[in-house]
Design a binder for this molecule. Structure first.
Ligand code: HEM
Length: 428
C-alpha cells in the first residue's frame, strides 16, 4: 500500500471500491481515510452490485471500541474482508482462535499465549539473530538486492521453527501464505482469485496434515504443534481439523505481516540519513523506532467484526448482523490521538498505535514480532553504515495487507564487514 502524507489530492469517496485490492496497491488509501475520519468516521459502503455491504470505521476511538467489545461485535463470522469478497462460508467459526469469541476463545488462546509470552520468546533470541543474519547477509556485499522478496521468508524462518514445521517446506509455505492475501496479484496468483485461494488452502492444510499425522499424540513435542496436540476445547481434545485451522492462523498471522514492517523500517531510515545516523548512535531509540515502524506501516490493514445487536457508533446506527470493518492504518494516523501523525518520529512517545489490535484478540505473536524487529534494527545498525532504496518499489495487491512486493535496496557495510562476517559459524 502506498503510504502517503498530506497535502492529499481530493478523494471521491463515493467512487471508491473498498474491496478492490488494486485500490490499495495503486490508489491513495491514506487520503481516503483522512477524509473519512474528518467527515464520515463510520461510513456505510454498499457496492450496489450484489456484494455484501459493510461499515468502514476509521477513527482510533471507534476502532478500539469495536475490537475491545466482543459482546457488541463478534469475531465468529470471520475477521477478514476476503471472506465477504469471495463469499466463502467461514468454516473456521468457533474452531480457529481468531474466529472465536470469549470465553471459548480463551480455551484456544491461553495455552498458545503462554508459549509466546515475552519470557518464552526471549529464549528464541539466538535463533532469531541467525534468521536476521540470513535476511541481511545478501546486502553485505554492497550489491543491490530485493529486500521485499527476501523479507517474505523472514517470519517463516522463526515461526516455522517455533511451530515445529520441517524446514524444507518453509519456502513453499511462505509463498502459499502470501497467495492467500494477494490472490489477485499477478505475481502471486495461480489463476483466478477463488482458485488461487483454494490451491493455497489445499496445499497449506496438506502440509499441516502431514505434520500432525507424523506426531505422537501421547508424547507431544515442545513446540506450538505439540501444544495444539495436547489442548482441549470443551473438554475434548482438539480435532485434526481444529489443529490445522489454528496452525493456519499462526502462520498467516506471522507471514503476511512482519515482512512489511521490515521493509518500512528500511524505507523510512533510507529516506533520511540523519534519522539513520541518530538511530545508529542511540541504541535506546530502537524500541521507540520499532513501535513507530509498526504505527507507520500498520501491516494488517483491517479486521472485521459482526454486530451482535443494534449498536450506536459515532452517531450511526449499526444493525444487528451487519459486518463492520475497522481500519488500523487509519486509526494509526488519527490526529485526535497522535501529535503530528504524518511525521515519522523514531522517538515518538507515547505511541498508542493499534498495529497489533487491542482487546481479546490482541496479536498473540506481538512479542515474537517485536523481538524480530528489535534484533533486525540492532544488527542493521551494527553492520550497515548506509541504507538506500535504489529503485521503484511495488506494492502488494491486497485489501488486507499493506505491504511491498518489491523494494530494491543497497546496504553500504561498515568497514571490515562483509557477508562472511555473519556467515553461519563465521566471525561475529
Ligand atoms: C508485525 C507483525 C504483526 C502484525 C502487524 C500483526 C497484527 C495482528 C493484529 C492487528 C491482530 C488482531 C486481530 C483481530 O483483532 O481480529 C493479530 C492477531 C493475531 N496474530 Fe498477529 N501480527 C503480527 C505478527 C504475528 C506473528 C509473528 C504471529 C505468529 C506467532 C501472529 C499471529 C497472530 C494470531 C494467531 C492472531 C489471532 C489472535 C487471537 O485471535 O486471539 N501475528 N495480529
Amino acid at each position: 500500500m502506498r503510504i502517503s502524507v498530506p497535502p492529499f489530492d481530493d478523494v471521491d469517496v463515493a467512487a471508491v471500491d473498498f474491496l478492490d485490492s488494486g485500490f490499495y496497491a495503486d490508489g491513495d488509501p491514506h487520503a481516503l481515510w483522512a477524509r473519512l475520519r474528518a467527515d464520515d468516521p463510520v461510513h456505510w459502503f454498499d457496492p450496489g452490485d450484489g456484494r455484501e455491504p459493510f461499515w468502514v470505521v476509521t477513527r482510533h476511538a471507534e476502532v478500539t471500541r469495536v475490537l475491545k467489545n466482543h459482546e457488541e461485535f463478534s469475531s465468529r463470522r470471520g475477521t477478514m474482508l476476503c471472506i465477504i469478497d469471495l463469499s466463502m462460508p467461514d468454516i473456521a467459526s468457533d474452531q480457529m482462535m481468531p474466529d472465536t469469541d470469549p470465553p471459548r476463545h480463551g480455551q484456544l488462546r491461553d495455552p498458545l499465549n503462554r508459549a509466546l509470552t515475552r519470557q518464552a520468546v526471549g529464549r528464541q533470541e539466538e535463533r532469531m539473530r541467525e534468521v536476521v543474519h540470513n535476511l541481511i547477509r545478501p546486502g553485505l556485499d554492497g550489491e543491490v538486492f530485493d529486500l521485499a522478496r527476501a523479507a517474505l521468508m523472514f517470519p517463516m524462518a522463526f515461526t516455522g521453527q517455533i511451530m515445529g514445521m520441517p524446514s524444507e517446506n518453509w519456502p513453499r509455505m511462505s509463498e502459499l501464505t502470501t497467495m492467500t492475501i494477494a490472490y489477485d496479484d499477478p505475481d502471486f496468483a495461480s489463476g483466478p482469485p477463488k482458485a488461487t485461494l483454494r490451491q493455497a488452502h489445499h496445499e497449506l492444510f496438506a502440509f499441516f496434515n502431514r505434520e500432525i499425522s507424523r506426531r505422537d499424540r501421547s508424547a507431544p513435542a515442545d513446540d506450538l504443534i505439540g501444544i495444539l496436540l495436547s489442548m482441549s476445547l470443551e473438554e475434548s481434545p482438539l480435532t485434526d481439523e481444529q489443529i490445522m485451522l489454528n496452525c493456519y492462523a499462526l502462520l498467516l498471522g506471522a507471514n503476511v505481516t512482519t515482512p512489511h514492517a521490515v521493509c518500512t523500517a528500511v524505507r523510512m531510515l533510507a529516506e533520511d540519513p540523519e534519522r539513520y545516523r541518530r538511530l545508529c548512535e542511540t541504541p535506546a531509540l530502537r524500541d521507540t523506532c520499532l513501535e513507530e515502524v509498526l504505527r507507520w506501516s500498520s501491516p494488517a490493514s483491517h479486521f472485521m467484526r459482526y454486530a451482535q445487536r443494534d449498536v450506536e457508533l459515532a452517531g450511526r446506527k449499526i444493525e444487528a448482523g451487519q459486518p463492520v470493518s475497522v481500519w488500523l492504518g487509519s486509526a494509526n494516523r488519527d490526529e485526535r490521538v497522535f501529535r503530528d501523525p504524518y511525521r515519522f518520529d523514531i522517538a515518538r512517545r507515547p505511541n498508542r498505535h493499534v498495529a497489533f489490535g487491542v482487546g481479546p484478540h490482541y496479536c498473540i505473536g506481538a512479542g515474537l514480532a517485536r523481538l524480530g524487529l528489535r534484533i533486525f534494527l540492532s544488527e542493521l545498525t551494527r553492520l550497515v553504515e548506509k541504507v538506500e532504496v535504489v529503485g521503484e518499489t511495488a506494492h502488494l495487491r491486497s485489501n488486507f495487507v499493506a505491504g511491498y512486493k518489491s523494494m530494491p535496496v543497497r546496504f553500504t557495510p561498515r568497514p571490515g564487514v562483509g557477508p562472511a562476517t555473519i556467515a553461519p559459524g563465521g566471525p561475529r
